[in-house]
Design a protein around this ligand. Structure first.
Ligand code: GAL
Length: 466
């Protein structure tokens, strides 16, 4: 870190927020008619989640949202990013089953945000597909999901669109496709070399269709904006050899390009076409038209960086083993510098990676308006005897990543918002409650929230940036 005070380097209208997602915080899993999602099923399958944890209660945000939003307002944030649980709103997956308790719950969140001067940013899909759509129609593997998703999105626009002006269709298609259908680490737990590409294709088309519905039926009179959130680490060439530089570029194209290229150019990267041939689905001309510029901002989730190098013969054989196909297809060897600090997730802390990633997006995708919809780190700091959670490593992480974001803005990157992941400790997917990403500590036995030192630091940071 330098001696810069990055808080003074952001534009005054920059959007500062925190983010959560439905399954990770709501709990009340089987209350008020909510039906199961693929994450309920997955978490209740022995061996899938650390310690047998699940989201049945989670942070009980379903009952505690008012106090949670009050805590957010004490941090002085401008915006709160949360997601809607599809199976709570539409228990049979379709608009026929509209659940009024869910409508009241989400209206309550939105109204409470607005009363506190917090702008809601709503994600429609953060991984919790209604189980019935998975069972009856194969979920994301079948094209019927495209219409199902846009019907669900339409219900959300109709119900909440007069108050919600910022929509995110889908969170992290890469994770859904690869971890859910390739590596089996996330719901629905499939292990396949071919499914990730089919799922990724349907996710993109579902996003585009929902955007089309929004633009045709709602945007004109509701006046909001809509986009998608993609996740990407940065891949740094391990050496400056042309092989490693090409390998790192290939890794970026397989990671971020897989989803961003169709949204800006209407097709997957040529490197992917060359490597995959017929295994990579094709878009029709009209689908391409719907995809291009269908994201009105570039939603980006970023956490970490790895080195990329051209694989040796041995590496190629190593990587063939069950990695959802994508590692084998991209043929890149990944590594980290042993001197890099790592978080409890085992992810390297490499602040300069975010700046390079922002440059890469600026240069490849027409200098889009980028919003960092997630960035943060897991550390297990707990309250000390005085009840203080002194999470200095988290403060350093945020401070150093934000400094690099500020430098990127000076470099001409259009970055207009930043959401810290996460508002509070929550159900960290396959890691259960063990990994704590929150600005607020949660005692899962009592549901008591404690603002960590990082929450106080964030409030100060936002205050100074205004
Ligand atoms: C993202 C995800 C979040 C959160 C975070 C930390 O991939 O969108 O839900 O869990 O990672 O792992």
């Amino acid at each position: 870190m330098t001696n810069l005070d990055p808080s003074t380097l952001f534009p005054h209208d920059f959007v500062w927020g925190t983010a959560t997602s439905s399954y990770q915080i709501e709990g009340a899993a089987f209350v008020d008619k909510r039906s199961a999602s693929i994450w309920d099923t997955f978490a209740h399958t022995p061996g899938k989640v650390a310690n047998g944890d699940h989201g049945d209660i989670a942070c009980d945000h379903y009952h505690l949202y008012e106090q949670d939003i009050k805590l957010m307002s004490e941090m002085g944030i401008d915006a709160y990013r949360f997601s809607i649980s599809w199976s709570r709103l539409l228990p049979d997956g379709t608009p026929d089953s509209l659940n009024q308790s869910a409508v009241r719950f989400y209206q309550g969140i939105i109204d409470t945000c607005l009363e506190h001067g917090i702008t809601p940013w709503v994600t429609l899909y953060h991984w919790d597909l209604p189980q019935c759509l998975h069972d009856q129609e194969q979920g994301w593997l079948d094209r019927r999901i495209i219409a199902r998703f846009s019907d669900y999105a339409e219900v959300c626009f109709e119900l909440f669109g007069t108050k919600v002006k910022h929509w995110i269709t889908i969170n992290e298609p890469w994770v859904i496709a690869l971890l859910g259908y390739g590596q089996g680490m996330f719901a629905p737990g499939h292990e396949s070399d071919s499914e990730p590409y089919i799922v990724g294709h349907n996710l993109l088309l579902a996003h585009a269709k929902a955007v089309k519905v929004y633009r045709h039926k709602f945007q004109k009179y509701q006046g909001g904006t809509i986009g998608i959130t993609l996740n990407s680490d940065w891949r740094e060439p391990k050496t400056q050899s042309s092989e490693d530089v090409t390998a790192a570029q290939r890794a970026m194209e397989f990671f971020l390009g897989w989803f961003a290229d169709p949204l800006y150019f209407g097709d997957y990267p040529q490197t992917m076409r060359d490597a995959l041939g017929d295994r990579l689905p094709r878009f029709s001309e009209s689908e391409q038209k719907d995809l291009i510029h269908s994201s009105e901002f570039f939603g980006l989730n970023h956490y970490s960086t790895m080195y990329a190098s051209e694989p040796s013969e041995d590496d190629v054989h190593e990587e063939v083993k069950g990695n959802g196909g994508v590692d084998k297809d991209q043929r890149v060897t990944l590594s980290v510098d042993p001197n890099w600090a790592i978080t409890d997730m085992g992810w390297a802390v490499v602040p300069w990676g975010v700046r390079k990633l922002l440059h890469w997006i600026r240069d490849r995708y027409e200098n889009p308006n980028i919003v960092i919809t997630e960035n943060g780190c897991a550390y297990d700091d707990a309250p000390n005897e005085q009840g203080i959670v002194n999470d200095q490593r988290r403060i350093e992480y945020y401070q150093s990543y934000l400094e690099e974001c500020a430098l990127a803005i000076q470099d001409g990157v259009v970055l207009s918002g930043y959401f810290a992941w996460s508002f509070m400790d929550n159900f960290e997917w396959a890691c259960g409650y063990e990994k704590r990403f929150g600005l607020h500590y949660v005692d899962f036995k009592t549901q008591k929230r404690t603002a960590k030192q990082s929450a106080h630091w964030y409030r100060e940071f936002i205050h100074k940036s205004k």
